[in-house]
Design a protein around this ligand. Structure first.
Ligand SMILES: [Mg+2]
Length: 410
């Protein structure tokens, strides 16, 4: 592993003015500028690691500041130091005796930690000459478990139980890997029906998506019931009764309101309602799930789930009758590695599983996602697919980049 010692950690505030065209708009985030705190780790051997955490504009400078606070914990380490005991490295970042007070493991510090850890995984995979998904697939169950911090979750999952799951996942993994190389992993699209898109745009994008082979579509809802009914009807008519429709309220409602509103939309047979209420309200989600179960509508959450402790409660708290979709949010480029690993080595199943795809800004990545017939094709370049094109980073750096100097003059 010729990776050298970490001698630099730079972080940039990179923002794309997506709000100008309403890309990404939903009931709560009406004018998002898709952004990132972008981390570049330098080693004295010349190998670099790139990582990012997703934000939607204002406040990215706070995440950048938090990354800078983590920098001293990373500088001077070799990749060998880190990978020999990844669990301790994770703890070092998340359990600093003073810094953990501004978390722990949630909010800005959690986003900053994610950007740094993603950059370290990128560095690790590059040193091994593999994409991250393949690095994970080739690890032994013991190595994988040694990377995970089981603190606070051992009442739900012990390291021994995780080992058992992963050992079982080793069976026929070669076959599943070959299958993924040919078929790819099933995806759904969110890009047709952002809340701020007019009906004409929605119709046009939806018919294009149908022509491209998409079979599952997500619609943003929650601001105005009449609009939601009209937009869901439009999409359902276009895609027909067999294809999948999902709706996403991005945390807009109180619990009772969520049940009433989604009941009104049940005629369009959504597979799930995503983030109906506060992302922190585990009991509220369970209540909504129970109420909507007779209608055959599931509840999805996880997009702003801070950490494993919350996931534990979501999983343990669900009633048996409840349909609960869990959703691990992230930028498509990164998430594709995790779903491939999950299928090949953990779940071994594609039943009721698909991964979100958002068709914006891929051109700014060095190794953008490849979608064939609505499936993610496994990325083959070494790393986490997280490196951005240098000129894009330069132009979109906030506020001094060329793009922002222009936007701010508008
Ligand atoms: Mg969402």
């Amino acid at each position: 592993m010729p990776s050298g010692r970490i001698c630099g950690l730079a972080v940039k505030d990179v923002r794309f003015p997506t709000s100008l065209e309403q890309h990404g708009s939903d009931a709560m985030h009406t004018d998002p500028d898709y952004s990132a705190a972008y981390v570049i780790i330098e080693t004295d051997s010349g190998t670099r690691g790139f990582g990012l955490t997703f934000t939607v504009g204002k406040g990215t400078e706070i995440v950048v500041c938090a990354v800078q606070a983590l920098r001293p914990l990373v500088l001077g380490k070799t990749l060998d130091d880190i990978t020999a005991d990844f669990r301790s490295f994770y703890r070092l970042l998340t359990s600093d005796g003073q810094m953990r007070w501004v978390g722990p493991e949630k909010g800005v510090i959690h986003l900053a930690t994610a950007a740094v850890l993603n950059a370290v995984w990128d560095l690790w995979a590059r040193a091994e000459g593999k994409p991250v998904w393949k690095l994970l697939v080739d690890m032994t169950p013991e190595q994988l478990v040694s990377c995970i911090d089981f603190r606070y979750i051992s009442d739900a999952l012990t390291d021994q139980e995780a080992l058992d799951i992963l050992r079982k996942g080793q069976e026929s993994k070669q076959q599943r890997e070959e299958q993924m190389m040919i078929e790819g992993y099933p995806a759904y699209t969110t890009s047709c029906a952002w809340l701020g898109y007019p009906d004409q745009q929605l119709t046009q994008l939806c018919s294009q998506a149908l022509a491209d082979g998409w079979t599952a579509f997500k619609v943003k809802v929650g601001a105005d019931l009449d609009d939601d009914i009209r937009r869901c009807r439009l999409i359902r008519q276009m895609i027909g009764p067999e294809k999948i429709l999902m709706i996403d309220a991005n945390q807009r409602w109180d619990v009772g309101e969520a049940v009433a509103w989604v009941t009104r939309l049940s005629e369009f047979q959504p597979l799930w309602i995503e983030e109906p209420t506060s992302p922190d309200d585990i009991l509220g989600h369970a209540h909504i799930s129970k109420a909507l179960a007779p209608l055959g509508i599931g509840v999805a959450s996880g997009e702003q789930c801070h950490n494993r402790v919350m996931f534990k409660q979501f999983f343990l708290g669900r009633p048996r009758s409840m349909l609960m979709a869990s959703k691990f949010n992230g930028v498509c480029e990164l998430v594709q590695h995790l779903i491939l690993f999950d299928y090949i080595c953990v779940s071994g199943s594609l039943e009721k599983r698909m991964c979100e795809y958002v068709d914006h800004l891929h051109e700014h990545f060095k190794n953008p996602t490849i979608i064939h017939n609505a499936h993610y094709m496994p990325p083959m370049a070494p790393g986490f697919s997280s490196e951005m094109v240098e000129s894009s980073v330069e132009k979109h750096t906030f506020p001094q980049g060329e793009v922002w100097r222009t936007v701010n003059q508008l």
